[in-house]
Design a binder for this molecule. Structure first.
Ligand SMILES: C[S@@+](CC[C@H](N)C(=O)[O-])C[C@H]1O[C@@H](n2cnc3c(N)ncnc32)[C@H](O)[C@@H]1O
Length: 221
């Protein structure tokens, strides 16, 4: 039997991109919550390098080019080959086709973005991925923008696009993994509906949080 990671990497990541390509290409930065939080909260001086993990075709990295200085480095990774090929061609970005668990890079970054990716991650690889994300951030004065479903009660749901495989999405408040280390603090948090209904219930509730990472958040006794 295939693992959840193999199913997503093997077929579903490309299928997701093909299903959503038109929506992605029609996105505007004005409506992108992650873009707006970053633009309002972080300055050109603070951010010289940005990594987006699970970046699809890198549309958000492309939006952010105008927010930071010309010499800012932008790097992205996604497990969908089609999304990565599209982003390289469309935006000329440095994108790598890799799963989060396998991705490696020679430098650390000032800002790492992970939006709506962790709910897809195989639970066997979750701590590995959390550690990976942490390792890509500089130890002092770096920032993590984390977005995902934000239900009142943590839960898993069968992934209906791949009914022949038994795979799930896992919805919970992922910022707690980082806060538990005491190396991260919340700078901003925004909670919203993923659909147009007015009622904010457990199924459509999502959150984006901007965390600052710093190994000086400890008091010395
Ligand atoms: C729901 S989409 C979100 C895309 C983008 N982050 C955004 O905010 O629009 C999830 C993305 O994560 C990618 N992805 C899923 N599992 C991944 C993994 N294990 N490693 C890297 N990328 C992954 C998918 O291919 C897809 O592009």
């Amino acid at each position: 039997m295939k693992t959840q990671e193999q199913v997503f990497a093997g077929q579903e990541a490309d299928q997701w991109f093909l299903r959503n390509k038109n929506v992605i290409n029609a996105k505007s930065k004005e409506n992108d919550i992650c873009y707006n939080i970053i633009r309002q909260s972080l300055s050109k001086k603070q951010i010289r390098s940005v990594l987006e993990l699970g970046c699809s075709n890198g549309y958000r990295l492309n939006f952010l080019k105008e927010v930071f200085s010309n010499d800012t480095k932008f790097v992205g990774c996604d497990v969908s080959k089609l999304a990565v090929e599209d982003g390289i061609k469309r935006y000329g970005l440095e994108l790598c086709c890799s799963s989060l668990a396998d991705f490696s890079y020679s430098e650390q970054f000032d800002l790492v973005i992970v939006n709506f990716v962790l709910h897809w991650i195989d639970r066997e690889l979750l701590y590995n991925c959390i550690a990976k994300i942490d390792s890509f951030l500089k130890c002092q004065n770096s920032f993590l923008l984390l977005g995902d479903f934000y239900p009142y009660v943590p839960h898993k749901r069968r992934y209906h696009h791949c009914e022949q495989e038994k795979i799930y999405t896992y919805k919970l408040d992922y910022k707690n993994f980082f806060l538990a280390s005491n190396c991260y603090q919340v700078l901003q948090e925004y909670i919203y509906n993923t659909d147009k209904t007015e009622k904010l219930d457990g199924n459509n509730r999502a959150g984006v949080v901007l965390l600052e990472k710093n190994d000086n958040f400890f008091i010395e006794l």
